[in-house]
Write a protein that binds this ligand. Structure first.
Ligand code: HEC
Length: 110
């Protein structure tokens, strides 16, 4: 009986921590309002998350630099003005939040 309870407890704890880490990943992206323009798979003027993750394939560091306004945009520089106000916000984020944001974007790579 006790053992069943322990197993159940461990199982629930694992489940909860998995659920929390998923929500945290989406949170920075959602709380900064990025999802209004960037959808997982649709969008040309506002590049989709799949498009961004593929353009930055293997260059997650550069993606973080871009979000800190330390690297130039690579996808649609003519439209960079639209992103400018959001980069003003992302460049003030902590390194942990930036990593979270970049991980979330890169998780859309197919
Ligand atoms: C009002 C619409 C809008 C919002 C909101 C928005 N973006 Fe963008 N984003 C764009 C447009 C348009 C581009 C294309 C311009 C470009 O590539 O520089 C873009 C491009 C990008 C790129 C690719 C940059 C490159 O290398 O070309 C990334 C990464 C990105 N956005 C992340 C974000 C994040 C993170 C947020 C939230 C903090 C966000 N965007 C909010 C419109 C938006």
């Amino acid at each position: 009986m006790n053992q069943t309870r322990t197993i159940l407890f461990v199982f629930i704890t694992l489940l909860l921590s998995a659920a929390t880490s998923c929500t945290q990943k989406a949170t920075v992206f959602e709380s900064q309002g990025c999802g209004t323009c960037h959808k997982p798979s649709e969008g040309v003027a506002n590049p989709s998350l799949i498009n961004i993750s593929e353009s930055y394939n293997g260059m997650e560091d550069q993606l973080v630099q871009y979000l800190k306004e330390e690297a130039e945009p690579v996808i649609n520089p003519q439209k960079a003005g639209i992103m400018k106000p959001y980069l003003e916000k992302t460049k003030t984020l902590s390194d942990a939040d930036l990593k979270n944001l970049a991980d979330f974007i890169m998780s859309h790579k197919q």
